[in-house]
Ligand binder design. Structure first.
Ligand code: NAD
Length: 360
C-alpha cells in the first residue's frame, strides 16, 4: 500500500476531494489515504489554517492530493499553497494542458506541458513597502550604485533568478520530457530586457540543453510566446518558464483547453510532491455539489503516473475522457448552455467516471 495525504481544503475543496478520492480508488491503486484538513474551515476550529498534523502527514507520506484552499485577501494568514511549496521545496510546478473531445474550446489537439519554476523570481516574496525606512535605505543604496534613479515614493519587489534554481528546473523539464517521450523543450524569458536575471535563465537553459541531445531545444521571448500559443499552439511541446511568466501562461494554456475546470497540476520537489487543480476554492459554489471535479481527478491521474501506477492512471484518464466526450453526465460548465437542466452534480459526474473505470 502507498500512503497518500488527502488535504480536503475549503470552499468547494471537500466535495472535490471526495469525488477525486472515489474515482482514484475505483482503479484499485493500493493507496491508503491519510485524510487531513487545511484552510479557513479548520482555522475557525483550531486557530491555525494548517494544523501540525496536516504538515506532519505530508512530510511523512511525501505525496499529497490537495483540494483548493482559500487565501483571504488582506487578512492575517499567508497562502497555504505558497507555505507548502516553500516548506517542502516543491520547486517544479507541472501544468499539463490537453484537449479532450467534447470540451467547449476554440482549439482542439492541444497537448502542452508547462513546467513553472516555483521558488524564485518576483514570487520570492522579497518586497519593500513604499515609505518604510528599509525601503528608503534600499532606494538610497540603489541610487548611489545605478545610473537610473528611483524616487522615494516607490515600492520595490525583488526578482532573484539563480544558477542553482534555474539549473534544477530546466533539468526537471528535460527529464520529464525524456520520461514521457516528448520531442522538444522551449525555454521562455525576457532576456533582451532583464539581462542579469532572464539572461542568466537563458544561458543556463542553453547549457542544460546540451546534456539532452535527443530532445530539441529552443527559446522564446515571453510576449512573443503568448502570441505564438494563441496562433500556433501545435508547434509547442514542453515549455519551461520562470515563476511569474509560468503563472500567467498556465492560465493562458488552461484557456486553450476549456478553462480552469479542466486544468490539473502538480508541485514537485526532490523528495515530496503535492498534486492539485489549477483552480481555486470558488467559495460561492461551496456545498452545492455543482462544480466540475475533472481538474482534481486529472491531478490524481498525474499522481498515479508519478507513483508509476501507469495502468491505473491510463484507466482513469480514459474514463474521464469518455464521460466528457459523451457529454451526458457532466457538470453545468461542460454543457453548451450553462443553464442546461440536464447537467449533473459533482458527485454524479464522479459516479459516471467510476462506472466507466469498473467496466474496463
Ligand atoms: P477560483 O478558481 O476559485 O474561481 C473562479 C471561478 O472559476 C469560479 O467562480 C467558477 O466560476 C470557476 N471555477 C473554478 N473552479 C471550478 C470548477 N471546478 N468547476 C467549475 N467552475 C469552476 O478563483 P478565485 O475566485 O480567484 O479564488 C478563490 C479562492 O481560491 C481565493 O482565496 C484564492 O486565493 C484561492 N485559490 C486557491 C488555489 C489553490 O488552492 N491552489 C488556486 C487558486 C486560487
Amino acid at each position: 500500500m502507498t500512503d497518500v495525504s488527502l488535504i480536503t481544503g475549503d470552499g468547494i475543496g471537500p466535495e472535490l476531494a471526495e469525488a477525486a478520492r472515489r474515482c482514484i480508488d475505483a482503479t484499485n491503486p493500493q493507496i491508503k489515504w491519510d485524510i487531513v484538513e487545511a484552510g479557513i474551515d479548520v482555522m475557525e476550529k483550531t486557530g491555525t489554517p494548517i494544523p501540525d498534523e496536516t504538515m506532519e502527514s505530508v512530510k511523512r507520506n511525501k505525496i499529497a492530493l490537495k483540494a483548493p484552499i482559500t487565501t483571504p485577501v488582506g487578512t492575517g494568514f499567508r497562502s497555504i499553497n505558497v507555505h507548502l511549496r516553500q516548506q517542502l521545496d516543491l520547486y517544479a510546478c507541472l501544468r499539463p494542458c490537453k484537449s479532450y473531445k467534447g470540451v467547449r474550446s476554440k482549439y482542439s489537439d492541444i497537448d502542452l506541458i508547462l513546467v513553472r519554476e516555483n521558488t524564485e523570481d518576483l514570487y520570492a516574496g522579497i518586497e519593500f513597502e513604499k515609505g518604510k525606512d528599509d525601503t528608503l535605505e534600499l532606494i538610497n543604496w540603489l541610487n548611489a550604485h545605478s545610473q537610473r534613479k528611483i524616487g522615494p515614493n516607490a515600492g520595490i519587489s525583488i526578482k532573484p533568478i539563480s544558477v542553482e534554481g534555474t539549473t534544477r528546473i530546466v533539468k526537471f523539464a528535460f527529464d520529464y520530457a525524456k520520461k514521457l517521450g516528448r520531442k522538444k523543450v522551449t525555454s521562455v524569458h525576457k532576456a533582451n530586457i532583464m539581462k542579469y536575471t532572464d539572461g542568466l535563465w537563458l544561458e543556463i537553459s542553453r547549457q542544460v540543453a546540451k546534456d539532452y541531445p535527443d530532445i530539441e531545444f529552443e527559446d522564446r521571448i515571453v510576449d512573443n510566446m503568448c502570441m505564438q500559443l494563441i496562433q500556433k499552439p501545435e508547434l509547442y511541446d514542453v515549455i519551461v518558464l520562470p515563476n511569474l511568466y509560468g503563472d500567467i501562461l498556465s492560465d493562458l494554456c488552461a484557456g486553450l483547453v476549456g478553462g480552469l475546470g479542466m486544468a490539473p497540476g502538480a508541485n514537485i520537489g526532490d523528495t515530496s510532491a503535492v498534486f492539485e487543480a489549477t483552480h481555486g476554492s470558488a467559495p460561492k459554489y461551496k456545498g452545492l455539489n455543482k462544480v466540475n471535479p475533472v481538474a482534481l481527478i486529472l491531478s490524481g491521474v498525474l499522481m498515479l503516473r508519478h507513483l508509476d501506477k501507469t495502468e491505473e492512471a491510463d484507466k482513469l484518464e480514459r474514463a474521464v475522457a469518455e464521460v466528457i466526450a459523451e457529454g451526458k453526465d457532466v457538470t453545468y460548465d461542460m454543457k453548451p448552455d450553462r443553464n442546461d437542466p440536464t447537467a449533473v452534480g459533482t458527485s454524479q459526474m464522479a459516479d459516471a467516471i467510476i462506472e466507466k473505470v469498473k467496466s474496463y
